[in-house]
Ligand binder design. Structure first.
Ligand SMILES: [Zn+2]
Length: 380
């Protein structure tokens, strides 16, 4: 068994109604003046107003920042740093989907360590610790609240940069299923498929450990059983809860296991075609599972919890790919690349970009531009 060195850096506070504890939790960490990073959808849903009231009641002054988009980039993070630099904040709260949480982390890097986002590409480049952060996810998706990475796009190339530091892990992840109820159907679908892709990719990477497998497998069970239900019945508390916990467990798995070829191939599609992350993954992941199948069959079988017989293991990749196609279909995400305006001539260029993605280096089958091209062709 692969040795591991595992440390939980984030306290997890979970349960219906726990959002009401935001003010007291912030005060408990010593927050006095906090930067509240929340996307506009969260403002419209009323959560920012509620957060400010809860914080004020606990004598914490909140300074809200909303000036960023769906895929936060280095320019938006820089704007956040400029907004916050004169406010003398001692802490950060990220409230919203993955974009809010990643943007909050990105601003935190620049506020505490200066420079530009690209300086923090990779892991452990900070010389000073980041400000303490509370993460409150309002979608079940990225699992960013469980991670010490901020994923920020380069404003010029639009390519994603994974920037990590141990102190970037939130001090508290506040998981209240009730705040995910207001997510629109397409957000639930896209974010949910992203979480599913995290469970599947973390379950087979080169870096995975017995510990990350525990989170990947439990995440897959929760997400694959709840995804169709939550799409059909958005107010189903049990399904929303399973999605939120599943996304969080998958985020914990990423923290140790990293991701694979589906994320490596998805990133250039988002950069060049503005394809939503979740949609790109829904198109690619079944093909990546088949492409990895020869090497990772036993791991996929373990994910599916199928009987541990060799003959069955060989069927696991196809069974899993089929199940993923069903889940994408239920979410209205079953598409081909050609449906999104990608044509054959663009594939070699996309494949070169995909091969340069850090996340591809963790894929169980050695991944390069030739492999990326095979995956894109299968998904065309
Ligand atoms: Zn993802």
């Amino acid at each position: 068994m692969v040795p591991f060195d595992f440390q939980l850096r984030t306290r997890v506070v979970f349960g219906q109604g726990t959002f009401d504890r935001l003010g007291l939790l912030a005060r408990g960490l010593g927050f006095k003046r906090t930067l509240l990073v929340a996307d506009r959808g969260v403002v419209e849903a009323g959560y920012v107003g509620k957060a400010v009231r809860l914080l004020e009641a606990a004598e914490v002054t909140a300074m809200p920042f909303h000036d960023f988009g769906q895929n936060p980039d280095s320019a938006m993070v820089e704007a956040g740093r400029q907004f916050a630099s004169s406010l003398d904040v001692d802490s950060v709260i990220g409230l919203g989907g993955g974009s809010s949480l990643d943007c909050a982390k990105g601003i935190n890097f620049l506020l505490t360590n200066g420079g530009a986002m690209a300086d923090y590409r990779g892991y452990g480049k900070c010389t000073s610790p980041l400000l303490p952060m509370i993460a409150v996810p309002t979608t079940a998706g990225t699992g960013s609240e469980a991670q010490s990475y901020a994923v920020i796009a380069d404003a010029e190339t639009h390519m994603k940069m994974a920037c990590g530091d141990p102190s970037a892990a939130p001090r508290i992840a506040l998981l209240d299923p009730e705040v995910t109820f207001t997510a629109p159907h397409h957000v639930t679908a896209m974010a949910g498929f992203d979480a599913i892709a995290h469970a599947v990719e973390t379950g087979v990477t080169m870096k995975r450990t017995a510990m990350s497998d525990t989170f990947s497998h439990r995440a897959w069970r929760l997400l694959s059983e709840a995804f169709e239900r939550v799409l059909l019945h958005p107010a189903d508390v049990d399904a929303r809860t399973a999605m939120q916990l599943g996304a969080h467990y998958a985020g914990m798995a990423i923290e140790q296991s990293m991701l694979g070829a589906a994320h490596a191939c998805a990133n250039p599609l988002t950069a060049r075609y503005n394809l939503t992350h979740g949609l790109a993954l829904a198109i690619l992941l079944p093909h990546v599972v088949r492409w990895n199948g020869g090497i990772a069959a036993e791991r996929y079988a373990a994910l599916l919890n199928s009987p541990r017989r060799r003959a069955r293991d060989q069927e696991a990749p196809e069974a899993l790919a089929g199940r993923l196609e069903d889940l994408a279909g239920a979410a209205g995400l079953a598409m081909k690349l050609s449906d999104s305006g990608v044509d054959e001539a663009a594939l070699p260029g996309l494949a070169i970009d995909a091969a340069q993605q850090w996340t591809g280096t963790f894929n169980p089958r050695p991944f390069d531009a030739a492999g990326a091209l095979e995956i894109y062709r299968a998904a065309l």
